[in-house]
Each structure stands twice: as C-alpha cells, then as structure tokens.
Ligand binder design. Sequence first.
Ligand SMILES: *Cc1c(COP(=O)(O)O)cnc(C)c1O
Length: 358
Amino acid sequence: MSRPATADIDLSAYLHNLRVAKSLAPGARILAVVKANAYGHGIQTVGKHIAPYVDALGVACLEEAVALRWAGVNQPILLLEGPLSIEEVIEAEQHKLTLNICSEHQISWLEEAHVTAPLTCWLKIDSGMHRLGVPLHNARKAARRLQESSNCRDLEVVCTHFACADEPESPSISTQAEHFLRTAAPLQLPLSMANSATLFNYPQYAKQWIRPGYLLTGNSPLSVKRDPRLKPAMTLRSSVISIREVERGHGVGYGYRWIAQRNSRIATVAIGYGDGYPRSAPDGTPTIVSGTIAPIAGRVSMDMLTIDVTGLDHVDIGSPVTLWGQDMNVNEIADHAGTIGYELLTRVSGRVARNYVS
Ligand SMILES: *Cc1c(COP(=O)(O)O)cnc(C)c1O
C-alpha cells in the first residue's frame, strides 16, 4: 500500500540542466544551489548525484549542509547566509564548510571562535538589494579583516546578489553591478554575481563563479512557459480515487465554490494542500488525467482535489493524474495560484514519496 501522491525525480534531467547552466557561462565555476531540500527534490539524493559535476554546493543553513555531509558529499559546501552564531562557526569548521561572510558580526564570530583549523570564506557585499551583505563602503575593510584573521584560511570569492535579475533590462542591475564591480575590483579575487535569472538575462555577469538553483530543477526563472533548453526534473503525480455524476446546479467541495453549469462528471484525486498542491489554485487550473487536460473544479482540500472530467469517458478510478512536470509546467500552475514555481516545488511536503529515476 502507498499513497498515490508521489513526486518522480529525474536525476538525469538535473545533470542535463547543469550542462545548460555551464553552457551559459563557459569557463565559470559552478556552485549548485540545493537549499530548501534541493527545491523540494530531496537534498541528499540530488546533492550526492550532482556533486561530482559541480565545484561546490550552496545551502541556506547548517542543517542542510550537515545533511549533505551525511549523504557522503565531500565537495565544498557554502553556507549562503553565513554562520548565525559563534557556535555555528565551530560546527561549520567540524564539517569543513565554507562560510559566506555577510556582516561584521559574522567576521567577529569567525575571529573569536576556537576552531581547530581555519575556514575558507566568501565575502558577500550588499550592492543594493539590502537583504544581506556588508555595505559597499565597508567591503574592503571587511575583506582585509578576513584576510588578516588566522581563522580564515582563504578569502576565495567576493559575491553579491541582484534584486531584479528576473526583469530584462532592469536599470537596477547595472547600478548594482557598477557598485559591486567598483568596490570588488581592487580586491583582485574571483567574483560571483549570477543566480539562474542573471545567467539568462545578464550573462555578462556570470564572472568566475555562477550560483544557479532553480534552473537546475529544469524550470525557467523568467517565464511561465517552459524553456525548451531545460528538462523539468520533478513530475508530481497522483490518481483518481472516486468518480461521480453531479447534476447541473449542484456544488462541489468546500463552500461549493464550483457549481455545475451542466450535468457533469467529477473525479476526486488523492492530492491536496497537505501534499503541497496550492489551495489557492482556482477553478480551471489544469491537470492532466490519463493524458487529457482536465480543470480543477472546486476548492483544493488538504488531501484531495476535484477535477471536471465531463466527456472524458476513458477516465476511471485509478486513472493517473499529473499535477505538474514535463508536460505541465509548474510555473503555469503557480501562475494560476498567484505565486511562483519556486514556492510550489519547495512546498511539496514530506508525505509525498520521492521516486528517483536516473
Ligand atoms: C537561492 C540563491 C541562489 C539561487 O537562486 P536561483 O534563482 O534559484 O537560481 C543564488 N545565490 C544566492 C545567494 C541565493 O540565496
């Protein structure tokens, strides 16, 4: 017995997308971002599979890095937000992690920590996004402090992050880039500026290290439509567990949001917001049932959702349903639900079994 809500993860698609990322930045080194459980795909399996093909992996927090080490990943791992306490500096050293130093606080923690060996560090500069990073006017001083600290083995990379890279020709990109490059150039260190959207829209800022995450999942960071160069790695599936005729004028599901405009056939699918399918998906959001598009009809519940299969006589109990994947772009579902594909992928819950194919 097993719940039919499953996520098939195609590991070869991940490797294909990695090659696409590399082709957008020839010669650059690649830090593959696998935070948030590798965008819902499973950090240990994905991390272990792609590690031999990347120069480093990037995660949001210590727990994610430790999960990768437990999975047997020996590549450099960058803590993208840096250590959150002096204790985290010590733990990071024990796991041979690289610190992205993002503030003067973090420099002090690094300086004061009693570690057995010095750590490799990146330095993050706030060039205008105003989320993380040392301010532009402190950047050179911060770099000097790191280079003089006996707990810093090597200041390896200087990096920054753009606020509007998903917008083509955003004037803020050139402003941020100018500020960053003017500040970082005298340090004469490798630079890193590019997430997925930057790689597509502003490849001139690929520089020495790229940091793609979402594009490795095979989905476009820019457009609702599928990017033909990429292969979506996750297919979210379930199946029909119940079918009924609903007479014209009758409602379906909580609050009767959907009312049959004709005599209808409604299929109930075993997946819901408890699995990560968005409750905000409106009536009409497409699914694929036995190869045919069928729209959501009625509010998504925790464990189930209902679709209109009127006239689809081949649909029956047990019919397979695809919620998103290669044939149904997650960005499109996200667009219906008023969010982005990133959120849908990272929200696929622990209840959904991941099935890996390579
Ligand atoms: C999440 C993250 C990335 C990856 O961004 P994508 O849009 O998924 O490519 C790169 N750099 C930093 C600092 C991040 O936090």
